[in-house]
Design a protein around this ligand. Structure first.
Ligand code: SF4
Length: 226
């Protein structure tokens, strides 16, 4: 089974969360406020696509569905890189089942690029750096030459809200964490048996989990047998 950036980040927070995403996504309960925040984040990301000027977006869907056509996105990206596109949005890469779609891949030389991950956040937090770092790790595996890794956060300026922060050093350091965990998380996602995990701090940090109702019900059931 493949593992996307979202899978990796969510699996690092809690392996059960990754397993539920893959096998029981219908149990998810996304609070209204969270959904609104996600929608605002998508709008902010869409606006940021033009931060370096003209761009091409690689997003493609499997016809008649709302599911991403990842193979087509990877192929579109290869074509755009070859044909000299300067700014490639949702630039997609796959290496041995490890998939990512980079918010903005900005060409700085013929075959040298900068990676930009856009976040509707007022600051650059550690989890946002890790998000960009996983993508840099996949691109490195795909042989893409990166000159820099940046997180773009939401700066308090209506006219120019896109503020990039260079996180290249941190991304290089985090590559070791990806190396150490990628096979474990692939095995979690592939597992036929449900992953057991007690609730704890990971249920709200760094992100609120959408499976709390389910896990709380499981905990109540098991306490009946204590
Ligand atoms: S509620 Fe907690 S234990 Fe359950 S999947 Fe989410 S993070 Fe993991």
């Amino acid at each position: 089974m493949s593992i996307s950036k979202t899978d990796f980040i969510r699996g690092m927070q809690c392996p059960k969360m990754l397993w539920l995403d893959a096998h029981r996504p219908e149990l998810k309960v996304i609070p209204e406020e969270t959904q609104k925040r996600l929608d605002r984040g998508n709008e902010f990301g869409d606006k940021a696509m033009a931060m370096f000027g003209p761009f091409e977006e690689m997003t493609a869907f499997i016809p008649g569905t709302k599911y991403l056509d990842k193979k087509k996105m990877v192929q579109n990206t290869r074509n755009a890189m070859r044909s000299g596109v300067e700014n490639i949005c949702e630039a997609s890469f796959d290496h041995d089942g490890e998939f990512c779609a980079v918010d903005i891949l900005h060409r700085v030389e013929d075959d040298v690029w900068e990676l930009y991950e856009v976040k509707d956040s007022p600051e650059v937090r550690q989890e946002l750096i890790e998000d960009a770092a996983y993508q840099a790790w996949v691109l490195n595996r795909c042989g893409i030459k990166l000159d820099g890794v940046f997180v773009v956060y939401h700066y308090d300026d209506e006219d120019d809200p896109f503020e990039p922060v260079d996180v290249t050093e941190e991304a290089i350091e985090f590559a070791r964490v990806v190396d150490e965990n990628i096979d474990r998380l692939k095995a979690v996602k592939d597992s036929k048996a449900e992953i057991m995990q007690k609730m704890g701090e990971q249920c709200s940090k760094p992100y609120g989990c959408w499976y709390c109702e389910y896990c709380e019900a499981l905990a109540r059931q098991s306490s009946l047998f204590d």
